[in-house]
Write a protein that binds this ligand. Structure first.
Ligand code: SF4
Length: 190
């Protein structure tokens, strides 16, 4: 099965690496997508699964406050983090978490390689190494990423995870590709 032209290699990217029009007001770093990341992955025959943007899906494009961009980013991010924790919003986010986990489960079950999950550092939702809370950037995970990683662990699915910012995204994703080349069977065994 699946003995066609596909590479069977997939990476899961934070939504905004491919769609800057989804990001919160005032924080876009480029007009559309991270061109170098996309080109590098396609050149490596890795297909790109775009995770949902939890903030867009749960709070809307303006994150529930059209004046949000007037605050310092980490202050606005802290407000967004609180908004994501409201019960109704958290329930919506959980459905998004399960969508990601179900897709990864399917790839694993069918013998595909999931090279990794790429989150966005400083984000109150998608941060891996750092997030935003208490009106500052601090170590820790965003609420969406924490929920995805917890659900993956619960499901017994192991996937490498990296956090990036626009400036280091290419370098960190290249490292992920390099790690796969060095140990192709190790990085993705549940
Ligand atoms: S970091 Fe996550 S929540 Fe923020 S814009 Fe990107 S995908 Fe959406």
């Amino acid at each position: 099965m699946f003995n066609d032209q596909r590479s069977k290699r997939v990476i899961f990217l934070a939504h905004c690496l491919l769609n800057q029009n989804a990001i919160s007001d005032g924080t876009a770093d480029y007009p559309a997508a991270h061109r170098e990341v996309v080109r590098t992955l396609l050149d490596a025959q890795v297909s790109i699964a775009q995770m949902p943007c939890p903030e867009l899906c749960c709070l809307g494009l303006d994150r529930g406050d059209p004046l949000g961009a007037q605050r310092p980013v980490v202050v606005e991010n802290t407000r967004i983090r609180r908004a994501m924790g409201q019960p109704e919003t958290a329930a919506k986010m959980e459905t998004l978490v399960q969508q990601v986990v179900n897709q990864i489960r399917e790839y694993h079950r069918n013998g595909f390689t999931v090279l990794g999950i790429v989150g966005m550092d400083r984000s109150p939702c998608c941060g891996v190494n750092t997030t935003s809370d208490e009106d500052r950037e601090l170590e820790g995970q965003g609420v969406f990423m924490a929920a995805v990683l917890s659900a993956l662990e619960e499901a017994g699915l192991r996937v490498p995870v990296v956090g990036v910012k626009a400036a280091n995204a290419l370098e960190r994703i290249q490292m992920l590709l390099g790690a796969e080349d060095a140990a192709p069977a190790q990085a993705d065994v549940p």
